[in-house]
Design a protein around this ligand. Structure first.
Ligand code: FES
Length: 162
């Protein structure tokens, strides 16, 4: 298993397929050995989003369906000081109420308005043949999670011995 290229879920019209592509154009992505079911494709088609926790139970996250049909998922902890961001479907942006940072949901949660220093961590998704959607990794550690960073380092140490 490589940590640099993972499967990412894309939806085009009504046809879903899983493509082996890097999650982000930003480069390296982090993976976890566990995969967590976050919901189903039917749910996200019906409600437009699925809220869940990842990588741990105290890390809020969300998967959304963009207007162009893609399904993407992000950590909801602002990269500035960790306030929870909320999704504005009209502008397809995540907005932080604390200091007004904004992130482009359609573009890997790139910062479109500061003071956030980095994009929201993107969550890698996978789908099985029954339409279940899973979180399987992150593009970066979530805000303030030193435990997560340690976990990632341990995973990398383990991978290098394989
Ligand atoms: S915590 Fe989000 S902009 Fe400051």
């Amino acid at each position: 298993m490589t940590l640099k290229r993972r499967q990412s879920l894309f939806v085009l019209g009504s046809t879903a397929f899983v493509a082996s592509l890097p999650l982000t154009a930003r480069g390296q992505s982090f993976a976890f050995p566990n995969k967590i079911k976050i919901g189903t494709k039917a749910q996200i088609n019906r409600f437009g989003l699925i809220s869940f926790s990842y990588p741990g139970p105290t890390h809020p996250a969300q998967a959304i369906k963009l207007r162009d049909g893609r399904i993407v998922a992000y950590s909801l902890l602002c990269t500035h000081m960790g306030c929870p961001v909320s999704y504005d479907a009209d502008s397809e942006r995540y907005l932080c109420p604390c200091h007004q940072s904004a992130y482009a949901a359609w573009n890997h949660a790139a910062v479109v308005q500061g003071p956030a220093p980095r994009p929201l961590p993107e969550i890698l998704l996978d789908e099985d043949l029954d339409g279940n959607i899973f979180a399987v990794g992150l593009s970066a550690p979530v805000f303030g999670s030193s435990a997560t960073i340690r976990q990632i380092e341990e995973i990398y140490a383990g991978e290098s011995k394989l």
